[in-house]
Design a protein around this ligand. Structure first.
Ligand SMILES: NC(=O)c1ccc[n+]([C@@H]2O[C@H](COP(=O)([O-])OP(=O)(O)OC[C@H]3O[C@@H](n4cnc5c(N)ncnc54)[C@H](OP(=O)(O)O)[C@@H]3O)[C@@H](O)[C@H]2O)c1
Length: 293
């Protein structure tokens, strides 16, 4: 059997998990970098995935996971520590002779981002570039998952309102599954993707009135978009994420960016790289209808 030469971090998360699904479907052998050897790791093992237990805060654990690897996916959650983790990941990759990294960043990653998380993503991209290990940076717009994250889905269904501070801004929501397919294809065949920055979008740019209309059709109930102010959203996020102020600060700042058009746009990157178009909002909601009951 072939040696395992693809490493996926964030393997218990949305995009990492979806990347593993696609890689296994392609017949590739995969090693998952997971924080704990729990039942989720056991489920991956059952599917033939090799498990490397470790934390982004530990260079030696990352190094051990990199042995024999050619392509690696770097996924750090929105949390402090991403710059150090990127530096560890890049150094460990370089030492192990890894030739391709796929780095999850975001569309709002800019030198002058007011969101600390988005600015840290931008610096992390530069760290990978300085490392000299060929890296592909992915900069998705807002995930379609925003519409079904348990807290938001529950609130939308209970109030029949989407209450986001996005004004009349637009974006083309992109599903984590589609991103997972992009990640898998680049990891499996990195040639031509070295040094590229890909913004990732769903197929259709919409405002939240249009998204609410699609949601109404799928759920068979009238859902309205009721835009809130940034100040109200700030108060709500400070309360909801009182133990995670880094995330709250990020969500408020990117809401301003959203109103300013930073998340807008669409392209065919998903289809070009994977051969299959990205899911529409309607198709995504049909797949995740159970989030609203
Ligand atoms: N949501 C959006 O709209 C959006 C838009 C653009 C970009 N992004 C970017 O997408 C990323 C989030 O992607 P996602 O939704 O796929 O992530 P996710 O589902 O939140 O998964 C996070 C993963 O990271 C793992 N993890 C957390 N801390 C770790 C550590 N210290 N060491 C090792 N692993 C660790 C988690 O493990 P456990 O399961 O053990 O916790 C989990 O597997 C972020 O970088 C964000 O900036 C998000």
């Amino acid at each position: 059997m072939n040696e395992v030469n693809i490493l996926v971090s964030g393997a218990t998360g949305r995009t990492g998990g979806a990347a593993i699904d696609t890689l296994l479907g392609m017949g590739k052998r995969v090693r998952a970098f997971v924080r704990s050897d729990d039942e989720r790791a056991a489920a991956l093992r059952k599917r033939g995935v090799e498990i490397a237990v470790g934390n982004f805060a530990d260079l030696d654990e990352i190094s051990a996971a990199m042995q024999g690897i050619r392509s690696a996916y770097f996924l750090h959650p929105i949390a402090p520590g991403i710059i150090g983790a990127a530096a560890y990941f890049a150094q460990a990759a370089k030492e192990a002779g890894v030739t391709a990294i796929v780095n999850m960043s975001q569309i709002s990653a800019r030198r002058d981002s007011k969101s600390h998380a988005a600015q840290d993503h931008w610096i992390s991209e530069r760290v990978f570039d300085w490392s000299g290990v060929a890296t592909t940076h992915l900069r998705p717009t807002f995930f379609a998952e925003w519409l079904v994250y348990p807290h938001f889905a529950k609130e939308i269904w209970a109030s029949r309102k989407i209450q986001f501070p996005f004004g009349n801004g637009r974006h083309a929501p992109i599903a984590a599954d589609d991103q997972g397919r992009v990640i898998a294809h680049i990891l499996a065949n990195p040639a031509g993707h070295e040094g590229k920055i890909y913004t990732l979008h769903g197929p259709v740019e919409m405002n939240h009135t249009e998204i609410a209309a699609e949601m109404s059709k799928v759920l068979g109930a009238k859902i309205e978009y009721a835009p809130t102010s940034i100040d109200d959203f700030n108060q709500k996020m400070e309360k909801l994420y009182r133990f995670h102020p880094f995330l709250a600060q990020h969500l408020v700042e990117v809401s301003r960016n959203y109103q300013d058009g930073i998340f807008a746009g669409t392209n065919d990157v998903v289809e070009r790289i994977t051969g299959t178009p990205a899911l529409s909002v309607r198709a995504f909601l049909e797949k995740h209808r159970e989030a609203f009951v």
